[in-house]
Design a protein around this ligand. Structure first.
Ligand code: SAM
Ligand code: SF4
Length: 326
């Protein structure tokens, strides 16, 4: 499937819940957000149906996200079902890691292709300041189990929020020193609460890394589904990656669409563009009808975001990142 810009769309990110067991300051307010009522949340059967239709039209890769995906009951069962859809070559998850130790074995059994753990710092006080919860040790245990068992590819995502030294970002590199764990830096995006923070640029992080570790070299091999650019860093087995939507815009190669937990099929992170599939799914619409709705939305996928331009557009997204899934 292609949009009107000629971009091939083969990657779907599904937010299976807007609930979360953390309250990261750039993503969710302390009191949480008004949660989507249970009856509005898509059932797993409905999610599978959407994926089956898309897979018939070229969908290959699925990311399960949230909120925190592992807080939704039977999330792993869903992932297993999605893996079995003909044409789907990769199902991966992004999690805050709090429940990773508990679910790691089940994720492996389900055939998950990669696990991304979001962890912005190892420092206990800073972790609590960012997430407003004291779950750091559980996350570390989960990562430790995943690294020791080494059955699935692991990546760690870090959003610099308070400055690189304050978050002691190089402590995260220890995971990449002896194992093939990738450490990826994500520039803060001006979506929802993220608007209140400034982003730390890829170039400034690279400069710090090179000062400390020596010259990095760009990797040409493909390592994931998305826009991350990976580098080899002297002394590390894992790679260091950058997802820099603000300073290195990658819209011209965007291959993704999103599905929110209440069934909004969303074609660009920044805009409220797309179509609600919930009414169609509730009516048990045919595959053709579902595809018609999604195809039209895909064709009109916006050409690019406008993160660099602070002026709000009246089509700007009003959902929180915890509802979209990143
Ligand atoms: N709860 C899971 C987690 O934290 O990994 C999955 C959902 S979370 C919304 C997905 C990713 O989005 C996380 O890595 C998080 O750090 C990132 N994120 C949230 N708000 C962001 C923002 N404004 N800019 C950049 N990344 C953001
Ligand atoms: Fe929850 Fe993930 Fe948002 Fe943090 S970034 S509040 S863990 S959804």
């Amino acid at each position: 499937m292609r949009d009107n810009e000629g971009r091939i769309i083969d990657y779907l990110r599904i937010s299976i819940t807007d609930r979360c067991n953390l309250r990261c300051i750039y993503c969710m307010p302390e009191e949480g957000i008004r949660q989507i009522e249970h009856e509005r949340v898509l059932t797993y059967d409905q999610i599978v149906r959407v994926c089956e239709v898309l897979a018939e039209h070229g969908l290959k890769k699925i990311k399960i996200t949230g909120g925190e995906p592992l807080v939704r009951k039977d999330a792993v069962k869903l992932m297993k079902e999605l893996k079995e859809i003909p044409g789907i070559t990769s199902v991966t998850i992004t999690t805050n890691g709090v429940l990773l130790e508990q679910y790691y074995d089940a994720l492996v059994d389900a055939g998950i292709d990669a696990i991304t753990v979001s962890l912005d710092t190892l420092k206990p006080d800073m972790y609590e300041r960012i997430t407003r919860r004291q779950e750091r040790n559980r996350v570390l245990k989960g990562i430790q189990k995943a690294v020791t068992e080494n059955k699935v590819r692991i990546k760690i995502n870090c959003v610099p929020v308070f400055g690189l030294d304050d978050q002691d970002i190089f402590a995260l590199f220890e995971y990449a020193r002896e194992s093939d764990v990738d450490i990826r830096f994500i520039e803060m995006m001006p979506i929802g609460l993220g608007k209140q923070f400034s982003f730390v640029s890829e170039d400034s992080i690279k400069e710090m890394i090179e000062e400390k570790y020596g010259l990095m070299t760009l990797c040409h091999e493909k390592r994931g589904n998305g826009p991350c650019r990976y580098y080899s860093v002297p002394g590390l087995i894992g790679k260091v990656g950058f997802i820099s939507a603000v300073s290195h815009k990658f819209c011209d190669t965007c291959n993704r669409v999103r599905l929110t937990s209440d069934g909004f099929f969303k074609t660009c992170l920044q805009y409220d563009c797309g179509v609600s599939l919930r009414p169609l799914l509730a009516k048990n619409a045919t595959k053709e009808k579902l595809w018609d709705a999604m195809e039209q939305a895909i064709r009109l996928k916006p050409k690019a975001h406008h993160f660099e331009d602070k002026k709000a557009d009246n089509k700007d997204e009003v959902r929180a990142m915890s509802q979209i899934g990143g």
